[in-house]
Write a protein that binds this ligand. Structure first.
Ligand code: F6P
Ligand code: MN
Length: 314
């Protein structure tokens, strides 16, 4: 593993993908998505906060940042020429970019996750899941790649094509160069990030969180899924949960464009991701916007969640 922040490696994203023998069309797609982040980051940094329906400096109608990010990424996907179907968190329906998907890729993405915390200047991100062919309602285990881009004080990109997880940082030329490769997560968490209202926790989740605290886990929750998962991967420890809640049996987060790509990345780093009963990546989504509870991060803590939930039969 490289030392973070050194200039030892100047390997850019395209070269890294090529050296791993990734299909040239998939390389093209991943690099196009990476390129779209140049425009998204610019919108985040320089745009008015973009409350939809308001006007900017020039009297032009403003788009909310998440809508803008959606347009930027969707346009890039369309122009890539290698994309069949698309699920976007911002679109109501599936977007069909090509009638014949033979040899093409399909993409599910959340253009700007955490858009509700962008106004307070906390970190947000773009999350992407990639399948071969047309079908986006497949188990996440069939993903051929997953990635996210994190817009924090620095912009970083994390990707996996099923051969480890690798982190890149955006340099002054707005190109991604390698920071960290083959990231690994330890078996046991020392941090925990719990989403959801505590007074809606079920008895099993109450016990689980109590046990994490007894085990010495510190609370570290940013309110953004991308920075919270990035924390687990970069620190190499931690557990994120957005559990089933009383009256909200499926939690909050969406399987296709939030949970599946993160579960793919975390499993690739030696961690685990469960809905409380089994691996997230084995679920077959029935609809585009299907939600599921999630326990993701260090494998011993994911196993503990399944054990406690099983005991309470929740
Ligand atoms: O997109 C959903 C999201 O904003 C995630 O980024 C984050 O993990 C979660 O919701 C936070 O939810 P809550 O505000 O309920 O803690
Ligand atoms: Mn989201």
């Amino acid at each position: 593993m490289s030392e973070r922040g050194t200039t030892k490696f100047q390997i850019n994203l395209r070269r890294h993908l090529r050296e791993r023998g990734v299909d040239p069309d998939l390389i093209h797609l991943i690099c196009e998505i990476a390129k779209s982040s140049n425009y998204v980051i610019n919108a985040i940094r320089t745009g008015d906060l973009g409350v939809a329906g308001t006007s900017n400096l020039y009297g032009e109608k403003q788009l909310a940042l998440d809508v803008l990010a959606d347009r930027i990424v969707t346009k890039r996907l369309k122009h890539s020429g290698v994309v069949g179907n698309v699920f976007s968190e911002e679109a109501d329906d599936i977007i069909c970019m090509s009638e014949n998907c033979d040899g093409l890729y399909s993409v599910a993405f959340d253009p700007l996750d955490g858009s509700s915390i962008v106004d307070v200047n906390l970190a947000v991100g773009t999350i992407v899941s990639i399948f071969k062919g047309c079908n986006l309602l497949q188990p996440g285990r069939k993903q051929v790649a997953a990635m996210y881009i994190l817009y924090g004080p620095r912009t970083t990109l994390m990707y996996s094509t099923g051969e480890g997880v690798h982190e890149f940082g955006m340099n002054q030329l707005m190109e991604y160069t390698l920071i960290n490769e083959n990231i690994q997560i330890k078996p046991k968490a020392t941090l925990y990030s719990p989403g959801g209202l505590r007074n809606l926790f079920t008895p099993a989740i109450e016990e689980y969180v109590r046990q994490l605290e007894l085990d010495g886990c510190k609370l570290r929750y940013s309110g953004g899924f991308v920075p919270d998962i990035n924390q687990v991967l970069i620190k190499g420890t931690g557990i994120f949960l957005y559990p089933h809640l009383q009256g909200q049996p499926n939690g909050k987060l969406r399987l296709s464009f939030e949970l599946n790509p993160m579960a793919f990345l975390v499993e690739q780093a030696g961690g685990a991701a469960s809905d409380g009963h089994g691996p997230i990546l084995d679920r077959i989504p029935e609809t585009k916007d299907e939600r599921a509870p999630i326990f993701i991060g260090c494998r011993e803590d994911v196993a503990m969640a399944e054990e406690i939930i099983g005991r309470y039969s929740e």
